[in-house]
Design a protein around this ligand. Structure first.
Ligand SMILES: [Fe+2]
Ligand SMILES: [Fe+2]
Length: 187
């Protein structure tokens, strides 16, 4: 019944991993001017491919069900739907900016640093709020029927980066992320 929440929580853990990698990349860019466009562009691309097309729509469907059952409490959660749109917009801008740098268009360095900083802040705040308020409320007020309807509305999709059948375009840098994660774990 709440398998959907388990999956969403797993997505959050993956997103947090990517944000750490992004932070590391942006710090290197800020201090040394080094930019691994495959990784930074790939992260933005991933957000447009999976969170934007699956994770957020699934949460939107759950949010609407909560709004149907407990409108006042849904309102207290704030505007998750607009935040998803904003995350989508920022992912697109990030992808565009990296593409421009790749094409050697003149992009001030601090533009990318600011954009990525804003993106990471918004994401982290958003994930925290969802885990603290949104998921527990969903678990509390949704019925088995609601969960089944959510599953029908937004069918499960493979994660192209962390899922079992990773897409080739993400493979080039997926290994870097795994290595990086291991380095972190080893301290
Ligand atoms: Fe969300
Ligand atoms: Fe989420």
């Amino acid at each position: 019944m709440t398998e959907a929440l388990d999956r969403l929580r797993e997505d959050h853990a993956n997103i947090l991993k990517l944000l750490k990698v992004l932070e590391h990349q942006i710090n290197a860019f800020e201090t040394k001017g080094d930019l691994d466009q495959d990784i930074v562009g790939g992260i933005a691309e991933y957000f447009l491919t999976y969170p934007d097309r699956f994770h957020h729509p699934k949460e939107d469907a759950i949010f609407r069900k909560i709004a149907g059952r407990a409108p006042g409490r849904a309102a207290d959660l704030g505007d998750l739907l607009s935040e998803h749109e904003e995350i989508g917009r920022q992912s697109y801008q990030l992808a565009e900016t990296v593409r421009n740098i790749l094409q050697e268009a003149v992009v001030p360095r601090n533009h990318l640093v600011e954009l990525a900083g804003e993106f990471m802040d918004l994401q982290r705040r958003h994930l925290q709020r969802e885990e603290r308020d949104f998921f527990p409320l969903a678990r509390e007020v949704l019925t088995a029927e609601d969960w089944a309807a959510v599953e029908v509305e937004i069918a499960d999709q493979d994660d192209p980066l962390f899922g079992p059948s990773g897409e080739a375009r993400f493979q080039a840098w997926a290994r870097d992320i795994v290595n990086w994660d291991r380095m972190e774990a080893e301290g």
